[in-house]
Design a protein around this ligand. Sequence first.
Ligand SMILES: [Zn+2]
Ligand SMILES: [Zn+2]
Length: 224
Amino acid sequence: MISKAGKALNGHLDHRNPLVFDTHELGRRPGALQRLSRSVDAPGPPSVLGIEGVIGVPEGAPVELDLRLESVMEGVLVTGTARASAEGECVRCLEPLRQEVAADFQEMFSYPDADDRGRSSKAEPADDAEDDEDRLFIEDGLFDLEPVLRDAVVLALPMQPVCRETCAGLCSECGIRLDENPGHHHDAVDIRWAALQGLADTVQDGEKDNMGGAEAGVDEKQEK
Ligand SMILES: [Zn+2]
Ligand SMILES: [Zn+2]
C-alpha cells in the first residue's frame, strides 16, 4: 500500500512535503553517499504513525529522522532511524502512557527506468507479486519516505503496551487499579472454598465421634 500523502495536487511528489527527500545532490553515481538529519511533524490521518486506539505518535509531534542515502545501480538505498515519543494506554490498567520509540528502516527506492531490471513479471506467483506492489520509486529525483516511516514506527511499537512490566492491572471484580491498592481483595466466599469448609467440618465431626467411642453413649445420656 503506497500512500499518496507526499503527492501534490498534480500527482507528482511535492518537494515541500517534509517527508519527501531530494536525491539530486546525491547524484546517480553508484557508491555515492549522503547523510542527512531532519525533524518533521508526525503526519496525521490517513498516515498515522501508530496502531489506532492502542499507541501512536500524535499528529504534529516531532519525529527526528537520521538518514543515509546510498546511490546504487537501480536506485537509492535509504537506511535510517526515526525517533519519536508515542502515546497510548496500558492494556492492563488503562492508564495513559508515553513511550520513546526508535524505529530503524531500510528501503530501496528504484529509478522508474530500472523498473524491470532483474525482476520477474507481475504474472509470477504470490511472493513476487507482493514485492512489486510494495516497490517504491524515485520520481523526478524525489522520494516519499512516509510509507516507510509509517511501517517502521508501527513495527517498533508494542502491540500490547503496558505502563510497566509489573503492572498488575485492574481488579477483575471491582475494576480498582491494583498497583495503587496493594493487598486489595474481596471477602466474598468462593463457592469451592465453601465446599471445602463444609467437608472439613464433616471430617472433624467424624473424628470426634470415633474418638468419643465408648463415652458417646454417656454424652448422649447427659444431654437428655
Ligand atoms: Zn498499567
Ligand atoms: Zn476489587
